[in-house]
Design a protein around this ligand. Structure first.
Ligand SMILES: *Cc1c(COP(=O)(O)O)cnc(C)c1O
Length: 394
């Protein structure tokens, strides 16, 4: 039961970006009991808890196979290894993403080829893919950013026409769907992360791969365990990327609450939308737009602060104890390590603009309505103060 004091916006004086405690503490007794079971079992890597989680994720994603691994970054790397990406190959992905999407490509000696985004969804713009395809292109990595699926129909059509694999980076989108199909169940392979900030977050690193292809499934499993089959016999050079029993056990418990948590996130997002209207924040603030083609699971609620004032607004909100974050401040093509790719700024207009404007507000499931209201009232104050300062300066 929520206390009346907590419901009163006037008593809220801070809003955290994340508070894992609120989600974990109701599950603590059950988690500790299961950890004790693992301690007693002496089985710490793989095993029944991993198999159970794999089965749950396979069901969630409506796929035949799910394979645990050590992280979302490894899931991406293993996927590209499984489809045999070689040095000199090209893989198309967005520049507006987390580093791991592009680094997996680079690590295999292949070339990340960046595609600009759709300013409405922040996801890659499928209409720009065709012109980037060359004889060396082997795959596309659509990233379902912030919890919303990419427009997959045109992406899958281009992939089919050009004989390319599609590796879904669904690290932020477990439970999301596109036209009734689950994220991670549409392309050749889906990649998930259980990093604590994801919608299904563990107590450390963890990842999962999904596929409907039995050959890819066994190849992924082989590659994630040193390419070893049977023990100490290596057909291929794989990596050590396995899922711990402890992580799998924690995640298995939390997985049962995922759809409820996603609904709470969606509820928070809808409430933010209403508050933005109530506080009259348009056009200085643009709320995130969601496509009607799918279910959005709101790993992030990223607004745009227009007019070049994002950092100033963020600072003002921080002064009022509202934590926010920028996903992502530097696009991949502007990273020092990818300068060698010589991507022209003009081809990345929407990506660069998004990097200057986005601001993620707290959206985790257990936030109180009073906290959402406080966050938006502070956002409004930050925007208005900035406005009067601008007027005074001119
Ligand atoms: C988190 C994330 C990853 C990497 O996952 P880790 O488990 O942290 O390695 C990859 N891609 C995207 C889009 C992510 O958000």
């Amino acid at each position: 039961m929520i206390s009346s004091a907590k419901n009163d916006a006037s008593t809220v004086t801070s809003v955290p970006l994340l508070d894992f405690q609120r989600g974990n503490s109701p599950l603590k007794a059950e988690i500790l009991e299961t950890i004790a079971e693992i301690v007693d079992s002496g089985r710490f890597v793989g095993g029944p808890f991993c198999q159970n989680l794999e089965q749950m994720v396979a069901e969630e994603c409506q796929v035949e196979y799910a394979i645990g691994c050590a992280s979302g970054s490894d899931a991406l790397l293993l996927s590209l290894m499984a489809i045999d990406i070689q040095p000199g190959d090209e893989v198309i992905c967005p520049s507006f993403t987390f580093f791991a999407t592009a680094s997996a490509i680079h690590r295999l000696g292949a070339k990340p080829v960046f595609v600009d985004i759709d300013p409405q969804t922040f996801n890659l713009d499928p209409s720009l893919i065709q012109s980037l395809i060359t004889e060396r292109t082997k795959a596309i990595i659509p990233v379902h950013l912030f919890g919303q699926c990419c427009d997959m129909d045109p992406i899958m059509a281009i992939a089919r026409e050009n004989d390319l694999h599609v590796i879904e980076d669904a690290a932020q989108s477990l439970g999301a769907s596109y036209k009734g199909k689950a994220a991670g169940g549409i392309g050749s392979i889906g990649c998930f992360s259980f990093y604590p900030t994801k919608n299904l977050g563990g107590f450390g690193d963890g990842g999962m791969l999904t596929t409907n292809d039995p050959e890819l499934a066994s190849r992924l499993r082989l590659l994630a365990n040193h390419g070893m089959q049977p023990r100490y016999y290596h057909k291929v050079v794989g990596v050590n990327s396995r899922l711990d029993s402890l992580q799998a056990a924690v995640l298995g418990i939390k997985m049962r609450h995922l759809s409820r948590w996603s609904a709470m996130r969606a509820d928070n997002a809808a409430h933010y939308d209403r508050l933005m209207v109530e506080f009259g924040l348009a056009p200085m603030i643009e709320p995130p737009r969601h496509s009607m083609d799918g279910v959005h699971v709101w790993n992030q609620y990223s607004i745009r602060v227009t007019g070049g004032r994002r950092d100033q607004v963020r600072k003002a909100m921080a002064d009022m104890n509202v934590s926010t974050e920028i996903y992502y401040p530097i696009p991949m093509h502007q990273q020092e390590c990818f300068k060698y790719l010589n991507v022209e700024s003009e081809t990345m207009g929407q990506t660069e603009l998004a990097a200057l404007e986005v601001l993620a507000l707290p959206i985790f499931p257990e936030l109180e309505k009073s906290e959402l209201r406080y966050a938006i009232s502070c956002l409004a104050e930050a925007v208005m103060t900035g406005d009067s300062q601008l007027r005074m300066a001119s």
